[in-house]
Design a protein around this ligand. Structure first.
Ligand code: APR
Ligand code: ZN
Ligand code: ZN
Length: 361
């Protein structure tokens, strides 16, 4: 029997979201239905609402989620009903060139559930990032479920499904931060703070947090920042150089997604340093740089997609570290809310008042 649940739906471009009845089909081959217990509010949900991602309205929003598997379809062996899982939006194929070469985070055949969830009148819903978890149940591909220790509370576990993983992975996987490194993080929202936390976990000796908002710089200290720079009042490139003996940072992580901060990241690195770009720019943004600077500065320039994570490797490990008290994931949960408060949470996110609002179901 299909399930009838309440879910947060974006019906049309720029319209406020609303809670609607959603029909979730029984899982088909390779699919799973998950009882969502918590789902964080992310900028990407807002981009969907505003038509910034595609025009396939109506959307079922929500994609940073944890919950318990309710049912699985034929052929599913990786997860079973009762398993506590974090959902991921890149279930890899294991067979494409990227997967076979050992870089599954670049997989080009990631997949989602084949069936559609619908509104009561049968209108198909597009689930945000193939998840759609602002609902008490959702339908996903079984490969989107990663089993983790159930002792981690859902409001925290779900955050690893997107923004917090992106930041942790930018430091740990893409930037390969290692003990003794100097690291600068530009932009201290949820993603930047997670990068700070990742750098701290990796044993970075100096972690410089850069933001234009003092409220954010205060919070960054709780994730391991050793120095803070307000780039509204201080030139961040100069400040980072000064704090690193004139060299620049070994790893600079950009977590804003704007031309001026890309440029700061580029110039704030040590000659042999690494720039990791995790902030997502908009399509019209461009950046002009002297080619001699591009050529003349060594090191490397990398972008980080979803923290170059491998959910089956990274989610359980990070949850274990959290349960051991070694990873401050609690610090990202600014508030817990109900389904009908998502629109309000978009406003708080936009005004920079929260790191993450998390819907708890
Ligand atoms: N210089 C420094 N910091 C800035 C600047 C700037 N010019 N402009 C904005 N910021 C800061 C904001 O004050 C805020 O603290 O960047 C931070 C951005 O944080 P959030 O808006 O909370 O966004 P977050 O969820 O952290 O995502 C950041 O990473 O994955 C991407 O799509 C995501 O592009 C987004 C980025
Ligand atoms: Zn997200
Ligand atoms: Zn693949």
């Amino acid at each position: 029997m299909p399930y009838e649940v309440q879910g947060v739906v974006a019906a049309g471009k720029g319209e406020p979201v609303s809670v609607r009845t959603v029909i979730v089909p029984d899982p088909g081959p390779g699919e799973a239905v998950v009882n969502v217990q918590a789902c964080g509010v992310c900028h990407t949900d807002l981009h969907y609402r505003d038509g910034g991602i595609n025009d396939e309205f109506p959307f079922l929003l929500g994609h940073e989620a944890a919950g318990v598997v309710e049912a699985v379809g034929p052929g599913v062996t990786g997860v079973a009903p009762g398993d506590y899982v974090i959902l991921n939006w890149r279930a890899v194929c294991g067979n494409c060139r990227a997967c076979l070469r050992g870089r599954p985070w670049y997989c080009f055949n990631t997949h989602n559930a084949a069936q559609k969830m619908t509104l009561e009148d049968g209108t198909p819903l597009s689930p945000a990032l193939g998840i759609g978890a602002f609902a008490s149940k959702t339908l996903v591909a079984a490969g989107q479920c990663t089993k983790v220790d159930p002792d981690a509370r859902p409001a925290v576990a779900g955050l690893l499904g997107c923004g917090v993983m992106a930041g942790l992975g930018a430091a740990l996987n893409t930037g390969n931060v290692t003990r003794g490194d100097s690291v600068a993080v530009i932009g201290c929202g949820g993603v930047g703070d997670a990068a700070i936390l990742g750098a701290s976990l990796a044993g970075a000796a100096k972690i410089i947090a850069v933001d234009i908002d003092d409220r954010k710089l205060d919070l960054a200290g709780g994730f391991g920042a050793t120095h803070t720079v307000n780039s509204r009042t201080t030139d961040p490139v100069e400040a980072i150089r000064e704090l690193t003996g004139g060299h620049g940072a070994d790893v600079v992580i950009e977590a804003v997604g704007r031309p001026e901060t890309y440029k700061q990241a580029f110039y704030a690195r040590d000659l042999a340093g690494t720039v990791v770009l995790v902030g997502v720019p908009t399509p019209e943004m461009t950046l002009e740089l002297p080619l001699l600077d591009v050529f003349g500065r060594g090191g490397s320039l990398k972008s980080s997609w979803y923290g170059d994570c491998l959910p089956s490797r990274d989610f359980p490990m990070l949850i274990d570290l959290y349960l051991q008290g070694r990873l401050n994931l609690d610090g990202f949960v600014s508030e817990t809310i109900e389904l009908d408060q998502v629109e309000e949470a978009f406003g708080k996110m936009h005004r920079g008042e929260v790191l993450r609002s998390v819907v708890v179901l």
